[in-house]
Write a protein that binds this ligand. Structure first.
Ligand code: ACO
Length: 384
């Protein structure tokens, strides 16, 4: 038995929610919660946002390195045509226009994978796996924006090949060429959410990939995990809370009311960060550059909520997470609230894909155990 294997006759107790448990090795990236730092491969994610653009980081995550200028050009030429919806997928979307966006996405992506004829990861080589992940990650923004427009009785807008990823996303959503400052702000948000350690949706994707299933299956499972409010479903709720608070005079009363009634303030707290979430700090700067009364109010709310949480929940170290300013930034740039979590999915699909590729190189299925706590078996089966 090696040190990576266990005696299957004994239970190993782990903390609830697997908090702090290392389940695999990874070169994709990591989060250092106590330091307020996270990285994509060997680079600080925040430094990448400052110095590179979305396509470079997409290349880094899926191909393992930042591109040279020639590789970058080739990569853009490779992924740009993949943004266009295959006709059978485009034909399916009107039937999904009544569903909420994350439901529509998971159904459409599942169909797109089947229509492409994706094969189980176990049966395909590295090159085909990479091609499948590029296909899926390039397509997600087009599926999302098309579904959004159909839901609102509008014609989907085809991608514009001359626009980079983030600007094209806003263009497909609104039908207008975005202002450069909006494209830049959304690009920063998208880049900041590509990957973030072994979060619930990434873990889900890797569990599915560990079974050897196809890439579509792994990504669709991850979309389901991300749709939960405790994971990716918070930014619109955080903005709803800002609206409900309404005025600076109302902050204390509203916030205390939520906490003393056992509620949670959306956009605050994080499973790993016990200090400022670096994404939140970066997005606060982005929001500040965009400016406006909403941003000023959000900063006031943040300050008071952090103070009140420190008073009512001492020692828990609760600060804003990525979702708090994400909502403010997205709304300022014209992304509607029901598209906040889907926009998160549009970038996180790249992180999932990088993790799926890595997991596929490991032949070990992820298969933990649960402690049975029901009535002591075997209870005789009652006759019918
Ligand atoms: N508001 C009020 N209290 C909170 C909050 C919050 N946002 N977050 C944690 N707490 C309190 C809990 O009530 C708990 O208090 P207790 O010790 O008195 O029971 C304590 O802090 C610890 O809470 P846990 O749930 O154990 O903390 P965990 O680290 O597991 O939870 C989570 C992290 C789920 C993000 C949590 O902070 C939360 O629910 N936040 C609100 C939802 C949110 O913003 N989600 C987006 C997360 S970011 C992302 O997924 C990309």
């Amino acid at each position: 038995m090696t040190d990576r294997e266990v005696d299957m006759t004994t239970f190993i107790e782990v903390p609830r929610g697997l908090a702090g448990v290392i389940v695999t090795d990874t070169e994709v990236g990591d989060v250092r919660g106590e330091e307020g730092f996270y990285h994509y491969r060997q680079y600080s994610a925040i430094e990448l946002i400052e110095k590179r653009d979305f396509e470079d980081v997409w290349h880094l995550m899926l191909k393992g390195e930042l591109p040279t200028p020639a590789q970058r050009e080739a990569f853009i030429a490779e992924v740009t045509p993949l943004r266009h919806l295959p006709k059978p997928v485009a034909d399916l979307l009107p039937a999904l226009s009544g569903s909420v966006p994350m439901e529509g996405l998971r159904t459409a992506l599942s169909f797109a994978a089947a229509n492409r004829g994706m094969k189980p990861l176990l049966d395909i080589d590295e090159e085909t796996r990479l091609a499948d992940t590029l296909f899926a990650s390039a397509l997600v923004p087009t599926i999302l924006t098309s579904l959004h427009r159909l839901r609102h009785g509008l014609e989907p807008i085809a991608p514009r090949d001359d626009l980079p990823y983030a600007a094209n996303y806003l263009y497909m959503l609104t039908g207008e060429t975005p202002k450069p400052e909006h494209a830049k702000a959304i690009e920063a948000y998208l880049m900041s959410t590509i990957d973030h350690g072994f979060n619930a949706s990434t873990f889900t994707a890797r569990v599915i990939a560990s079974t050897g299933a196809d890439i579509g299956a792994a990504l669709v499972g991850a979309i389901g995990a991300l749709s939960g409010p405790l994971h990716g479903g918070a930014p619109s709720r955080a903005l709803d809370a800002l609206d409900a608070i309404g005025t600076p005079e109302n902050i204390d009363h509203w916030v205390r009311d939520v906490i003393t009634n056992g509620g949670r303030l959306m956009g605050f707290g994080h499973a790993v960060y016990k200090t400022d979430d670096p994404r939140s700090l970066m997005l606060r700067d982005v929001a500040t550059r965009l400016g406006g009364p909403r941003v000023d109010f959000a900063k006031q709310v943040e300050k008071r909520v952090v103070e009140i949480l420190a008073e009512l929940k001492p020692g828990r170290n609760l600060y804003t997470n990525v979702e708090f300013y994400a909502g403010v930034v997205m709304e300022d740039c014209g992304v509607p609230r029901d598209m906040f979590t889907p926009t998160f999915a549009a970038s996180r699909v790249i992180g999932w894909a990088a993790n799926v590729l890595e997991q596929a190189r490991d032949s070990k299925i992820i298969r933990p155990r649960a402690r049975y706590t029901g009535e002591v078996p075997p209870v005789p089966v009652p006759t019918a």
